[in-house]
Design a protein around this ligand. Structure first.
Ligand code: NAD
Length: 335
């Protein structure tokens, strides 16, 4: 039976993963450890709180004694907790390094002192940096561009060092950009959607030509669960296979779904170190049986539908930095 400690389980991906674990008969306990930063919301777990197997602990992954106490009562860890927003890392990177790197060290060291049979460290394709051509495999070097990606790359290496040094059964997953219901509205898909639903403009960095791979959050969770169950300790698994799309083309899809047109789009100067293109090979996880199955157009329609139906969940968050619409005096080109 799995007794799983899930860090960051009140965030976007972590909460989807917790709900999924609670649908499994071989999971006897799920404990969420979450500091409830601006990005963490217990409402993301909703009816999961009705399940007696769920325990919620409001606490920090940097709190060694608390982590030790929890670790002793579990046999698996899935580690989502992180500072996760690139734009925030451009202005204040310290907490990215503290949470993402030292937090991972605190968890891995504690896991090594207890009978943890699998430690899944959840990471990102951004660690590979921008690729002009080709696709990154798991053995390729990390070349992060921005502090967020650097902190995740460092945390991957910290986690894997606990496998090399102490034999802790660590696996690392690196996924592309996730989307789906109840993502915090600073990330591009919910940011554009909530602005359009409020009748505001959306902004493209440069001309919006940056390419991202869009993976439905449940496809990512399929892969993470596969790695939890069958992943080989010491291995990294790329989780790609979503749909490649420029941010401009993504905006066009969201405009259509929200009943708006190109007059709602503004271009602003590009962000610092904005990677032009990410791309991964994901044959290793495919060999374990992974196949992303959610169609992007259907997934976006479902996601926009969720934001339409649940303004009470996101409207209170729209006054926070990185969600509030920026001043348009930076505008360089209006369509
Ligand atoms: P999120 O920002 O929605 O959630 C992060 C959660 O971690 C929040 O609930 C927050 O309260 C919690 N947290 C932050 N600091 C903490 C601390 N010190 N102690 C305990 N809890 C803390 O993030 P997300 O989008 O769900 O991403 C989850 C993980 O997946 C992250 O590690 C991220 O790097 C990775 N990832 C995300 C994406 C994506 O597209 N969102 C893609 C690839 C990888």
């Amino acid at each position: 039976m799995y007794e799983v400690l899930v860090t960051g389980g009140a965030g976007f991906i972590g909460s989807h993963f917790v709900r999924r674990l609670l649908r499994r008969d071989d999971v006897s306990k799920v404990t969420v450890l979450d500091a409830l930063t601006y990005a963490g919301h217990p409402e993301n777990l909703g009816e999961a709180f009705l399940d007696p197997r769920l325990v919620f602990v409001h606490g920090n992954i940097l709190d060694g004694p608390l982590v030790d106490e929890l670790m002793a009562r579990h046999n698996a860890v899935v580690h989502f907790a992180a500072e996760s927003h690139v734009d925030r890392s451009l202005t204040t990177a310290d907490n990215f390094l503290t949470t993402n790197v030292l937090g991972t060290q605190t968890l891995a060291a504690s896991a090594g002192r207890h009978a943890i049979a699998k430690f899944v460290h959840v990471s990102t394709d951004e660690v590979y940096g921008s690729l002009a051509e080709g696709s990154a495999g798991e053995a390729d070097p990390v070349q992060p561009s921005v502090p967020y990606a650097a902190s995740k790359a460092a945390s991957d290496l910290v986690a894997l060092s606990h496998f090399q040094t102490y034999g802790l059964p660590v696996c690392v997953t690196r996924s592309s950009n996730n989307y789906g219901p109840h993502q915090f509205p600073e990330k591009v898909i919910p940011l554009f959607t909530t602005r359009l639903l409020r009748g505001e403009k959306v902004t493209l960095h440069g001309q919006g030509e940056h390419v991202r791979n869009w993976l439905h959050v449940e496809d990512n969770c399929d892969g993470i669960e596969l790695v939890l169950r069958d992943g080989k300790p010491g291995e990294i698994y790329n989780l790609g296979g979503g749909t490649d799309l420029t941010v401009r083309d993504l905006a066009a899809k969201l405009l259509a779904l929200c009943g708006k047109d190109g007059r709602c789009v503004t271009c602003i100067p590009d962000r610092q170190a904005n990677d032009l293109r990410y791309s991964m090979r994901w044959d290793k996880i495919a060999a374990l049986g992974f196949r992303p199955v959610r169609d992007l157009d259907e997934g976006l329609a479902e996601t926009v539908g969720w934001y339409r139906r649940n303004p009470d969940r996101w409207a209170p968050l729209t006054r926070t930095p990185y969600v509030t619409a920026p001043a348009v005096r930076e505008e360089v080109h209006v369509h």
